[in-house]
Design a protein. Structure first.
Lengths: 522, 1041
């Protein structure tokens, strides 16, 4: 009896000894870091890689609508891509993360910008001002895309977690204005940044850092980020040309001039290189999405050359079709370059398939699985500058800026004898390219911008089409279920917002992607 | 062989059997009502735990001490009887059925057996015979339809039937709703039920309310399933061997159209998987492309049953041997399950040893169970990943590959994909899908799951009225499994058809979880006066859960079919994760009973958990329950035949819990493999999807229940009814939030809801008596409803999971849960708005609310007939009042044109019923549509129709024949001539033989749920990864030696 009572007491003792505080202090996550243990340098590479990946691989729909690409004969009709009947689930991964349970979920802008905002917060806490500046540039890019697709979106309430569980929407115009203000701050932060205050910068900055911590390297890095920021400022302003009309946004332009670093010039493409390699999930994103995957298989059997663009090149003796499109793997009847009419439903069982047609990752674009991934090309920058000069917004000679931009396109694509080819093309007299005979120089510049950016920046074509209606002869989808719809002017808010942020999305009223334009689309 | 076996048993017996001065008594037990023998009656020698059970013919043999022994006969539903043997060597005993259920004993908290009449809350006991009536491999399936308040849902078919158990609805919107499993006094995770050998089980007690939470802690808020395994009672060793053989075949196949074959827009295309071709006409057509050697298949252009023929007849074989003797039970079981999907197989092998011994006041016992599950199944997720990587939608799920095969394709002829040129990867007829035989061979999941459960059981009787019990236990589950893809490289012909390489890859996973627990309590039971009795429990419980998950994979193997991660190019991917949590509790209860008819009990418990921050991690919760037996208490009601038993009971309690995942107090950052990082030495982190509240508090549930138990006509009719009401507040939920918050989910204290219902149990035993037999009838019914009262400031609804276009939602003012889904744009009269020219409707961007996903009513009916040694028993179950969404499955069928709906109007243009179009003269008003037809039926079904999820939502109501069995006990006289076999019974059994669903359900079993792995609390979201439901039928032979 005593024995039992003693052993019972001993047991109680053991148990109560176990109940000291540290008995329960085992809830620190042993598997993943939490915010406390992160530094900006641990986040930046992911942000830069995902931003450039998104810009390069997320706009197939724009490429299709804009006459760049079309569905191959291997696939059946694809709606709403081809009938323009935009639903709330269409392209929702611009806003909403893909399900993480699938093989390779898409990453949304809000996801990228969330990481970017954490980076900014961490950088601000530690006085790492260069990182703060970079986060502001990325923010101006990401939110520009969201506004260009949805107009009003959550901005001031975004990324507040449980503090703003139902984030309200801001006006597209207000967001643009703030993005410009962010960029003003960013260039100042870059200018004043000290290397010591920004640890890990030379390797974490996979865009303009080169691994060297020398003062010279840092100076170059600062300069390039300022050029990128300035070019992005110009891009945001040019988006609004139809709002400004003949008014020149002098004050905003003066800020760019005051910075003094200028824009991205020929050969100064902003691109990232985290160390792309032939591994699953580690190839260059453009190459991995449209050319070959890591096993060496065709990555994309859906997107193929659109006859509209193919003939725009070929009919005007423009060799660039051989650089933005590929030769058919198995040509039929000698048709080495073969494209499709967008939206056409072909019931002929022997119609050319993916292997018989031209893929959209031509040798000028998909050069290697380990190439750098462009984010802001010199080509686009030169066209932006040409348009700004022509509008009298910035100093310069419009014609030479235009010729430089077209030439840069040939050079960028590594066209054989690029400058000679470009020269010949520019001088060909064809109305599609001839400066002298063009009555509307702005439309000429933008049309050439259109011809310079297929695959490089598909989204810009959709922006310029909505802004200026270029190209003017762009055919509509041949889909039998199009029913009079035209190219959408925006995306519908994602279903998730209707479900999880219902009151705020409802406050935006009824959205019709056929008619509800974004603020700069007049 | 038998000789060696029995000598082995003899050896075992020598070790445990002490021989004393004894003599043998034989006897028969019969029932007073019908004079029939009663099998399974417990016969014990009073004052000891020595005893036996009566056999099939009511006979028993027992060794008694030489001096005056008293035998105690107990049997559920009958009055316990004591009999002094004197010097007799043969006795016959007649038991009287106990109208008042005085004898009914329920195993309650901590394994304490209590008289049912004393209990203030609802509890039901199921005997082993009822549980294993039709030889369900999974114990959970054996519970289906048998207990009111219990919703046992089989959510998939296949070799591992996944089963979800909910008791009295839900306690948590996004968290855990699994009842607690208590196995031989040890708290276990519910999923261990599927590893248990049903034949090892002595009884299952279902404690429905939250009342036992005070004793069992937070896990018991969802009810408790108390499983007690067998331990021997008979002095003489009894060896039981049984075999159960069951076959399974499809009980419900989706309704598919059989009018149109492959092609698009009415044109025949020989290599299409779209069934949008011309109507079947019996002509001879080519299928597939001509092979490089010029050969091409041709078939008759007519529909066939080939899609059904793809499936095999499944087989479930269970072999059991057990040995039991006094305080000793040893068993081995081997269950082999071959599924209807070719090559799917699971084999469960388990052994159990239960042994105990008494040393005066000390009793020491050990229960050990080891189970191995070896499974080899098709890995649907692997195939889905492949299709996702290919960028082809609509190909998810094996069933999708099969359903979406046009009806004239001889699919079952493509088994030999390695040798048949028309079946191999390159030559298969279809340009857009895979030969399903190739798919099931290529993507495999093979693994071994091992469970070890062991516990000591030490008890010490300090005095007559107080005893101590200590149950330390360890349970461990180890899963080692491998997902792999064999891989396939197309030849030039395949490449010319745009076929890509199927990568060879492998992922190895090891999951090791261990639970250590210790339960120590003192049990007081003191009779103060003749009228007054008090009981009490004081105890403490401590538990640690630990889990380690390691996975490593190679996405590109070099040498084919060599599944070593060393055989690869590129990087390895994987993770090694560890989780640990601890819980410590102190609890107690005090009860008083006056004359046995007035009983009251108060309980209280305090928990400390490691899962919440210090300061929030200690919480207390009390409870009270009571019962009153009016037929004893009120003299006027005593000894009345019409109303022979009347008991009222009631209980109120509060339960606290914080059963959340470890480390749920701070957001994390990760480097997911699909993000590419790290690139060499360059890391890149991204924020996780969930934000957490660091100050999370425990959630509380207040439950009230009241019940009445009645017996009429001397207990021939028993009716039991319970009303329950639960108020769930401060729920720890995971709120799906706008992506603009930076997260997908916010984990916080929010949401409140109420849950209420009524449970009814009716027993008519016997309903009718006739010569040598009787007819019995049992029925149970549950009505359960709930209402969400709040979610979070600014949030009126909460996504529970499923598809965004069709998922489960909690909506304020509505029951848990509603399906919210996409629908057509409709006018103010509810008519579908169509385009005035094209006749096409469009999708409303706002999702709409549809039916509830949990059944409102569940009914179980159990008639049975006994005649001589035959027993015929059936079990029907009904669930109704709810809806299910077959969106993903139906959408696939609409896309490929195999769904029955797609053949509407022979695919001629038609006017969409109940539609209208906008009046061009008066925008905003709508004119009924009587003449605008959809311009193209093909485009309509493959377009907006398939996006609108409301097209695929139907009633989930179903009647099922869950069980049907005909058993026969071979009479003792047939066995009398030999003394090897002492008992023999045979049975024909059937499980889930029939399912009756409304006509609108053209898809599959509405109880299925294909997304539960990702969304725990969803119901009725079904895609093409779910195999068709099966019926099982076979026989069972059991012999005692």
């Amino acid at each position: 009896m005593k024995k039992v009572i003693y052993s019972f007491l001993t047991l109680l003792l053991i148990i109560s000894a176990g109940c000291k505080k540290d008995f329960f202090d085992i809830n620190d996550n042993p598997n993943y870091p939490i915010e406390e243990s992160l530094t900006p340098a641990l986040i930046l590479p992911k942000v830069l890689h995902e931003t450039s990946k998104k810009m390069a691989t997320s706009y197939d729909f724009a490429a299709s609508w804009m006459g760049y690409w079309a569905r191959s004969g291997t696939y059946g009709p694809s709606n709403p891509l081809e009938n323009y009947d935009i639903t709330s689930s269409y392209e929702k991964d611009e806003w909403v993360n893909g399900s993480t349970t699938v093989y390779s979920p898409t990453v949304s802008w809000y996801n990228i910008l969330m990481d970017n905002s954490v980076m900014e917060k961490k950088a601000q806490e530690t006085g790492a001002t260069f990182y703060v500046g970079m986060s502001k540039v990325i923010k101006s890019i990401g939110f520009m895309y969201l506004v260009d697709e949805y107009n009003n979106v959550p901005y001031t309430d975004a990324f507040k977690g449980t503090e703003a569980i139902s984030p309200k929407y801001d006006k597209g115009q207000d967001i643009y204005n703030d993005l410009l203000a962010q960029l003003d701050e960013a260039v100042k932060l870059f200018a004043d940044a000290q290397l010591d205050a920004n640890p890990g910068l030379s390797t974490a900055d996979i865009m303009f850092g080169n691994g060297s911590t020398s003062a010279a390297a840092f100076t170059k890095q600062k300069l390039m980020w300022r050029k990128l920021a300035n070019t992005q400022r110009l891009k945001l302003l040019l988006r609004q040309t139809e709002l400004y009309g003949s008014t020149i946004p002098t004050a905003e332009l003066a800020k760019i001039t005051d910075d003094g670093s200028g824009f991205l010039l020929a050969g100064e493409t902003a691109s990232v290189q985290p160390g792309y390699s032939v591994n699953e999930f580690q190839q260059n994103p453009f190459y991995d999405t449209y050319k070959y995957n890591f096993t060496g298989d065709n990555a994309d059997d859906f997107n193929r050359a659109n006859n509209y663009l193919l003939y725009k090149y070929a009919d005007n003796d423009d060799v660039r079709y051989q650089y933005v499109f590929s030769e058919a793997e198995t040509p039929l009847a000698g048709n080495i370059y073969w494209g499709y009419d967008f939206g056409f439903v072909d019931t002929d069982p022997d119609q050319p398939k993916a292997v018989n047609s031209s893929d959209v990752a031509g040798p000028g674009l998909a050069k290697s699985p380990t190439q750098r991934q462009w984010l802001f090309t010199s080509v686009e920058s030169l066209f932006l500058q040409a348009e700004a000069i022509q509008r009298g917004w910035i100093q310069g000679t419009a014609e030479s800026a235009y010729r430089a931009a077209v030439t840069e396109s040939f050079v960028w694509l590594e066209v054989e004898n690029a400058t000679t080819e470009a020269e010949q093309y520019l001088n060909s007299g064809s109305s599609i390219v001839n400066w002298g005979t063009a009555t509307d120089k702005i439309r000429l510049i933008v049309m050439q911008k259109y011809l310079a950016l297929p695959g490089i920046n598909n989204f810009e074509a959709w922006v310029d089409y909505r802004r200026l209606g270029v190209p003017t002869d762009l055919p509509l989808s041949l889909s039998p279920s199009r029913n009079g719809r035209v190219i959408p002017v925006r995306l519908q808010y994602p279903l998730e917002e209707f479900s999880y942020n219902a009151a705020n999305v409802a406050a935006e009223g009824t959205i019709n992607p056929q008619t509800s334009k974004v603020f700069w689309d007049k | 062989m038998r000789k060696t076996l029995s000598s082995l048993f003899i050896l075992l017996l020598i070790a445990i059997h002490s021989i004393a001065q004894e003599r043998t008594v034989t006897g028969t037990v019969t029932a007073k009502e019908d004079g029939l023998p009663l099998p399974g009656v417990s016969v014990k020698i009073k004052g000891t735990s020595t005893g036996t059970q009566t056999g099939a013919n009511g006979n028993f043999v027992i060794k008694v001490p030489a001096n005056n022994a008293v035998l105690v006969f107990t049997y559920i539903g009958y009055a316990t009887q004591e009999l002094a043997i004197g010097s007799r060597s043969a006795v016959s005993v007649v038991l009287t059925s106990d109208a008042r259920q005085l004898g009914e004993v329920v195993v309650t908290a901590l394994g304490i057996e209590r008289q049912k009449k004393e209990i203030g809350y609802a509890a039901t006991t199921i005997s082993s015979g009822t549980l294993t009536n039709v030889n369900a491999v999974n114990v959970a399936n054996g519970l289906q339809g048998k207990v009111s308040g219990l919703n046992v849902t089989t959510i998939s078919s296949g070799v591992n039937e996944d089963v979800v158990i909910n008791m009295r609805g839900l306690r948590s919107l996004t968290g855990d709703n699994n009842p607690l499993l208590v196995l031989d006094g040890v708290q276990m995770e519910l999923n261990y039920l599927s590893s248990l050998n049903p034949n090892d089980i002595e009884s299952v007690s279902v404690l429905k309310g939250t009342s036992s939470a005070a004793i069992y802690g937070p896990g018991a808020r969802n009810g408790v399933i108390v499983v007690t395994t067998k331990r021997g009672t008979a002095d003489k060793p009894v060896i039981t061997a049984s075999n159960s053989t069951q076959f399974s075949s499809i009980s419900f196949f989706p309704k598919l159209q059989t009018q149109f074959g492959s092609g698009g827009y009415g044109e025949y295309i020989p290599y299409e998987n779209w069934s949008w071709g011309p109507a079947y006409d019996g002509s001879t057509v080519n299928i597939g492309r001509p092979l490089p050697d010029g050969s091409q298949q041709s078939v008759v252009y007519s529909p066939t049953d080939e899609r059904k023929d793809f499936f095999n007849t499944g087989l479930t074989l269970q072999n059991d041997v057990s040995l039991s003797t006094k305080d000793f039970y040893l068993s081995i079981q081997d269950a082999l399950i071959k599924g209807i999907v070719p090559d799917d197989e699971n084999r469960r092998t388990g052994i159990r040893l239960n042994a105990s011994r008494e040393y005066g006041k000390l009793k020491a016992g050990l229960n050990v169970n080891y189970i191995q599950n070896n499974y080899k199944v098709f890995n649907d997720n692997g195939m889905e990943d492949y299709f996702t990587a290919q960028g082809t939608g609509g190909n998810d799920g094996l069933m999708s590959q099969i359903f979406n095969t046009p009806a004239h394709i001889p699919i079952s002829k493509y088994k030999n994909f390695t040798t048949d040129k028309f079946a191999d990867y390159n030559g298969y007829y279809n340009d857009y899908g895979l030969n399903p035989y190739f798919a099931i061979d290529n993507w495999r999941n093979e693994g071994k799951r091992q469970d070890v459960v062991a516990n000591l059981d030490l008890s010490y009787k300090i005095a007559d009225w107080i005893s101590l019990k200590w149950t330390p236990s360890i349970s461990s589950r180890t899963i080692g499994e491998r997902d792999f893809s064999r891989g396939e490289v197309p030849n030039s012909f395949g490449a010319g058809r745009s076929f890509n390489t199927v990568p060879g890859n492998v992922t190895e996973r090891n999951n090791n979880r261990t639970r250590l627990s210790s339960e120590l309590f003192a049990n007081l039971n003191k009779t103060l006066t003749d009228d007054f009795k008090i009981t009490g429990i004081v105890g403490t419980y401590v538990r640690q859960n630990q889990q380690r998950i390691t996975s490593v994979g190679a996405s590109s193997l070099v040498v084919p079919e060599l599944f070593n991660i060393g055989n690869r190019t590129g990087n390895l991917n994987g993770a090694s994760l560890e989780y640990k949590n601890r819980l410590f509790s102190i609890y107690g209860s005090a009860g008083a009973s006056y004359k046995g008819w007035a009983n009251i009990e108060v309980t209280g418990r305090n928990d400390w958990t490691s899962l919440l921050a210090v300061g929030n991690n200690s919480y207390f919760y009390p409870g009270v329950s009571g019962s009153l037996i009016l037929t004893d208490a009120i003299p006027a009601l005593q000894n009345k035949k019409a109303v022979s038993y009347l008991k009222l009971r009631g209980a109120w309690n509060k339960t606290g819990n914080a059963e959340i995942d470890e480390y749920s107090l701070a957001a994390v950052y990760t480097q997911p493999s699909y993000g590419g990082f790290p690139f060499g030495s360059l890391p890149g982190f991204t924020a996780g999807n969930t934000t957490y509240d660091a100050d999370l508090k425990p959630e509380f549930i207040k439950s009230t229940e009241a019940g009445i138990e009645t017996g009429f006509l001397n207990g021939k009719i028993n009716l039991e009814a319970t009303y329950f009401y639960q108020d769930n507040t401060d729920q720890i939920i995971s709120v799906r939030v706008s992506d603009a918050t930076g997260y997908n989910f916010a984990n916080l204290n929010a949401a409140s809801f109420t849950n209420k219902g009524v449970e009814l149990d009716l027993r008519l035993t016997p309903l009718i008596k006739f010569k040598d037999g009787n007819f019995q009838f049992r029925a149970n019914a549950t009505y359960n409803d709930s209402e969400i009262t709040s979610i979070y400031p600014g949030l009126e609804e909460l996504s529970i999971g499923g598809y965004v276009a069709s998922g489960n939602y909690a909506i304020v003012g509505e029951p848990a849960f509603r399906i919210k889904a996409t629908d057509y744009l409709r006018d103010d009269q509810g008519r579908i708005i169509v385009d005035r020219f094209s006749g096409y409707p469009s999708e409303d961007p706002n999702t709409k609310s549809f039916g509830r996903t949990l059944p409102l009513w569940i009914v179980g009916l159990n008639p049975s007939v006994n005649w001589k040694n035959f027993n015929l028993s059936a079990l029907f179950e009904y669930k109704g009042g709810h809806e299910a969404s077959f969106f993903a499955m139906g959408s696939d069928m609409a896309w490929t044109g195999v769904g029955r709906a797609t053949a509407r109007n022979n695919r001629e243009r038609f006017v969409l019923p109940n539609s209208s179009y906008e009046d061009p003269a008066n925008p905003g008003t709508y004119i009924a549509n009587t003449n605008v037809t959809v311009s193209n039926v093909n485009d309509f079904y493959t377009g907006v129709y398939r996006d609108v999820a409301s097209n695929f939502i139907t009633s989930a109501a179903a009647w099922r024949m869950r069980e049907l069995s005909l058993s026969y006990d071979v009479p003792a006289k047939f066995l009398a001539k030999q003394n090897v076999v002492k008992g023999l019974s045979v049975a024909l059994t059937g499980r889930n033989l029939f399912i009756w669903v409304p006509k609108t359900n053209e898809y599959t079993d509405p109880d299925f749920n294909s997304v539960r792995d990702d969304y725990d609390n969803t119901f009725g979201i079904i895609n093409s990864q779910s195999n068709p439901p099966v019926r099982m039928y076979g026989f069972n032979v059991s012999a005692r030696f």
